[in-house]
Design a protein around this ligand. Structure first.
Ligand code: AR6
Length: 207
């Protein structure tokens, strides 16, 4: 039995937390935890390029030729290639250097800029991995707190984006994100209602 958490916001907006492989998500855009070169890499970046095929890298090259490397905290979109998601939004998380070098602001900026861009593209649904918590070493508890705060604040402002999913890659990350989300809402009970949803089959959400 698979479990999801749904944070139900006013106005029909929702934030979901689930464990899984983001490359399989049927949403309008999945978010890539890229690096500034946009030339691919390991972790979720490698998985997205492998699953989406060469069209994504070709478009990344055109983006870099046009505007240079992508600064930390900013976002650009490309095709989703062969993915179910029509778009990939690439953002560059901060490398964790102890927390005194603006990491928190840069990580929040990744979530905010990505959601803004999705809204400018008139997208409705999108999925984030836990940006910076792999190779870039951001402590997961702190990254989860920032992800919830930035996303819930942005979701209150979006015009078309109404559903965001956090897709984390381990039981442990799920637990840490769930605790961070519950803590955030406990302090702001009017912001969202939390529902635990049990799915009977792993692919129940797939179309
Ligand atoms: N679906 C969902 N989450 C995933 C998946 C997946 N298929 N694969 C990994 N994760 P990382 P970063 C999780 O290292 O820390 C790349 O080389 C993973 O468990 O992918 O932002 C880039 O090119 C972790 O929790 O990204 C950059 O150079 C989270 O995704 C650098 O790594 C992020 O881990 C970026 O490092």
């Amino acid at each position: 039995m698979r479990e999801l958490l749904k944070f139900e916001l006013r106005g029909g907006h929702a934030l979901f937390l689930e464990e899984g492989d983001i490359t399989r998500q049927a949403v309008d855009a999945i978010v890539n935890a890229a690096n500034s070169s946009l030339m691919g890499g390991g972790g979720v970046d490698g998985a997205i390029h492998r699953a989406g095929g060469p069209a994504i890298l070709e478009e990344c090259k055109r983006v870099v030729a046009r505007q240079g490397h992508l600064p930390t905290g900013q976002a650009v979109s490309t095709t989703g290639g062969r993915l179910k998601a029509a778009f990939v939004i690439h953002t560059v998380g901060p490398i964790w250097r102890g927390g005194m070098e603006g990491e928190a602001g840069l990580l929040a900026s990744c979530y905010r800029e990505t959601i803004h861009l999705a809204d400018r593209l008139h997208l409705h649904t999108m999925a984030f991995p836990a940006i910076s918590t792999g190779v870039y070493g951001y402590p997961v508890t702190q990254a989860a707190e920032i992800a919830f705060r930035a996303t819930l604040e942005e979701l209150a402002e979006t015009r078309t984006v109404h559903e965001v999913r956090f897709v984390v890659f381990s039981d442990e990350a799920y637990r840490i994100f769930a605790d961070a989300g519950r803590r955030y809402i406990e302090d702001r009970p009017s912001l969202a209602k939390i529902h635990k949803i049990q799915l009977s089959s792993p692919d129940e959400r797939e179309p």
